[in-house]
Design a protein around this ligand. Structure first.
Ligand SMILES: Cc1cc2nc3c(=O)[nH]c(=O)nc-3n(C[C@H](O)[C@H](O)[C@H](O)COP(=O)(O)OP(=O)(O)OC[C@H]3O[C@@H](n4cnc5c(N)ncnc54)[C@H](O)[C@@H]3O)c2cc1C
Length: 512
C-alpha cells in the first residue's frame, strides 16, 4: 500500500506535505543521503545499473519556477541555515545549498578538473596511486559532456570580466575564459539564486530526473539522523520527515545493504559522529578546508553594472600553482545583497556612498589553496565549524589580495576596497604593500566566505590516517560509502563540483 500521495507535475519528489503514514519503512539496494553533486550522480549511476535506489534529502524541493531571483529570499529558501552558516568565531560564512539538488542548484557554474599537481600530492601523501590524471580523464570527459561544460563564449564575458581581462593582459598575466555547465546562458547573473530557466545544468535538472527515469525515488524534507549497521556492516538509515512549519510528519527507516553519504562536507561527518561509525582513525570531521575567499571590490570611473551579464566570465590562473602563489582570481559579478554581505561598505554615510556608487563597482573573488586545519564537531545538539585561517595560509591570502588590487588598478579602477574590519582603501600601486602587509591574521579581521567546504572524511590508503578508501567505501564499515566533497584529502584550489561529480561516478561504477 502506498505510504505517500503523488504530486501532479514536476520532478516526482515525495515531500513532507504528501506523507500519509507517521512511520515509513522502505527496502532498497542503495540508500543515498543528500541529493547534491555527489548524491545525484551516485543515484543516476546506480539506478542505471538496475539497483533500487532511494535518495533522502533534508532540504525542500523547490521547483525552478519557484526561484525568485531575489538573493535574500533565495538564501532563506535554498541555503543551509538560511545562508547564515558560519564558523565558530563568525568571520567565515560557509555557504551550502540545502534543497533538492544541493549546492549545485545555487552554485556559480564554474567547472575545473582537479589540477594534476593536486592529484600527484594525493598519490604521494595519501597512497591514492589509482587516482591519476589518466584514470580520471574518462570520468571528467563523461560528466563534462553530460553537463554541457564549455568555455565561456565572448557574449558570456560581461563588462566586469572584460575589464579584468584587459588589466590582466596589461600585466602580462595568464587570463582565460571560465568553463561553465550551462546551456545557452540567459546572462541574467542570478546563478546564486538558482536558475529559473533551467539553463544551469544543476543536479535538479540533470542527474536527478535521469536517476528517477531509471526508477530512483527521491524524498525531500527528510533528514537522516543515523546510519544503521548489522554485524558491523551498513544496513540502512533512520530519518525524520519534517513539514515546513517545523512539525514532524513521519519517521522513516530505509533498509539497504549499501549506504552512500553525500550530505556535504559539514553534514556527512556530523552524521558519522552521531552514528558513532567509521572513526577508528579519529579523522572524521577533521581536515576541514574551504578555499576561504574574499570579494575584493573596486570602484571604476565608468559604470560596470556588476549585476549585468553572466555571473562569472574569466579567471587569472597565473598564480594557481602553490610554487607561484597558490591562489586563483575569478572575476565575479555581484548584486546589491552580495555587495553588502561580502564587501566592506562601512556603516552610515560610508555605506550609503558605497551603495550609491554600486553601478561603478566590480569584484574579484580570490580562492586560496588552504591547508586542512579545521574541524567539524557535534556536541549532541548542534554542529560547530571550527576554522581559523592558519598562519601558514595567511601569506597566500595576502598575496591574493595584493594581486587582486594590482589587477583592479591595471584594469582602470580608482579605488580598491580590502574586505577587512578596519576600512582599507587602495588608490595606487604605492598603497598596496602598506595596506596589505599591515593586515593581521586575527579572528574577525577579514570578511571571508567559503563556497567550497571539503576534506572532513578524507580518502587515503592508510586506515589509521583516513576515513575512506579510494573506492569511496569507509575503511571501517563494509557497505558504507562517502561520495561528496568530504572525500578530498587536500583542498584542490579550484572550484570543486566537477571533481565531486567525477569521483562519485567512479565510486558508483566500482561499487560491488
Ligand atoms: C553559492 C555557491 C556557489 C558555488 N559555486 C561553485 C562553482 O561555481 N563551481 C564549483 O565547482 N563549485 C561551486 N560551489 C561548490 C559546489 O556546488 C559544491 O562543491 C558541491 O555541490 C558539493 O557537493 P556535495 O555533494 O559535497 O554537497 P552538496 O551539493 O552541498 O549536497 C549536499 C546535500 O545534502 C543534504 N543534506 C545534508 N545533511 C543531510 C542529512 N542529514 N540528510 C539528508 N540530506 C542531507 C543538503 O541539504 C544538500 O542538499 C558553490 C557552492 C555554493 C554554495
Amino acid at each position: 500500500m502506498s505510504q505517500i500521495r503523488f504530486q501532479a507535475s514536476g520532478l516526482k519528489v515525495h515531500q513532507a506535505a504528501d506523507v500519509i503514514d507517521s512511520q515509513i519503512t522502505l527496502d532498497a539496494d542503495v540508500v543515498i543521503v543528500g541529493s547534491g553533486a555527489g548524491g545525484a550522480v551516485s543515484a543516476y549511476e546506480l539506478a542505471r545499473q538496475g539497483k533500487r535506489v532511494v535518495v533522502l534529502e533534508a532540504g525542500p524541493y523547490v521547483p525552478s519556477q519557484a526561484f525568485t531571483e531575489d538573493f535574500t529570499q533565495s538564501l532563506h529558501d535554498l541555503y543551509q541555515d538560511q545562508g547564515g552558516q558560519a564558523n565558530s568565531s563568525g568571520d567565515l560564512l560557509v555557504l551550502q545549498g540545502a534543497c533538492v539538488g544541493g549546492s549545485t542548484v545555487v552554485n556559480g557554474c564554474v567547472c575545473f578538473r582537479t589540477p594534476d599537481f593536486i592529484l600527484q600530492d594525493w598519490q604521494r601523501d595519501f597512497g591514492l596511486s589509482e587516482l591519476t590524471e589518466a584514470e580520471l580523464a574518462p570520468y571528467f570527459d563523461e560528466v563534462e559532456k553530460n553537463l554541457s561544460v564549455h568555455d565561456n563564449g565572448e557574449h558570456e564575458i560581461a563588462r566586469h570580466g572584460q575589464v579584468i581581462r584587459e588589466g590582466a593582459k596589461k600585466l602580462g598575466w595568464s587570463v582565460k575564459p571560465l568553463r561553465r555547465n550551462i546551456r545557452q546562458c540567459g546572462l541574467t547573473g542570478h546563478c546564486l539564486s538558482g536558475c529559473k530557466t533551467e539553463r544551469k545544468q544543476s543536479m535538479l535538472v540533470t542527474y536527478l530526473p535521469w536517476a528517477q527515469a531509471y526508477g530512483a525515488s527521491i524524498y525531500s524534507d527528510t533528514r537522516v539522523e543515523k546510519v544503521l549497521t548489522e554485524n558491523g556492516e551498513a544496513s540502512g538509515v533512520e530519518a525524520v520527515i519534517t513539514r515546513h512549519d517545523g512539525t514532524v510528519a513521519a519517521s522513516m527507516t530505509v533498509k539497504a545493504p549499501r549506504v552512500i553519504l553525500a550530505a556535504g562536507a559539514v553534514q556527512t561527518p556530523v552524521l558519522l559522529l552521531k552514528s558513532g561509525l567509521a572513526n577508528r582513525s579519529g579523522q572524521v570531521g577533521r581536515n576541514f578546508a574551504c578555499h576561504p575567499s574574499l570579494l575584493v571590490a573596486a570602484r571604476y570611473p565608468q559604470p560596470i553594472h556588476p549585476w549585468r551579464g553572466a555571473l562569472l566570465g574569466v579567471h587569472v590562473d597565473e598564480f594557481m600553482h602553490p610554487d607561484k602563489g597558490g591562489f586563483v582570481l575569478e572575476d565575479g559579478g555581484f548584486g546589491l545583497v552580495e555587495m553588502t554581505m561580502l564587501a566592506e561598505p562601512g556603516t552610515g554615510k560610508p555605506f550609503m556612498d558605497y551603495m550609491a556608487d554600486a553601478r561603478y563597482l566590480s569584484g574579484l573573488v580570490t580562492l586560496i589553496h588552504d591547508h586542512n586545519v579545521g574541524t567539524i564537531e557535534w556536541d549532541g545538539e548542534r554542529k560547530a565549524i571550527n576554522y581559523q585561517l592558519s598562519n601558514a595560509d595567511f601569506p597566500s591570502m595576502q598575496r591574493a589580495i595584493k594581486a587582486a588590487a594590482r589587477l583592479h588598478l591595471a584594469s582602470g579602477a580608482s579605488e580598491v576596497y580590502v574586505p577587512a574590519s578596519d576600512k582599507r582603501v587602495i588608490r595606487s600601486e604605492a598603497d598596496i604593500d602598506d595596506q596589505v602587509d599591515s593586515l593581521e591574521n586575527a579572528p574577525q579581521h577579514l570578511r571571508m566566505v567559503s563556497y567550497h567546504p571539503q576534506g572532513t572524511c578524507r580518502m587515503g590508503a592508510d586506515p589509521d590516517a583516513s576515513v575512506v578508501k579510494a573506492n569511496g567505501e569507509t575503511h571501517d564499515v563494509p557497505g558504507l560509502y562517502v561520495a561528496d566533497a568530504s572525500l578530498l584529502p587536500t583542498s584542490i584550489i579550484v572550484n570543486p563540483q566537477i571533481t565531486v561529480y567525477a569521483l562519485a561516478t567512479r565510486i558508483a561504477r566500482h561499487m560491488s
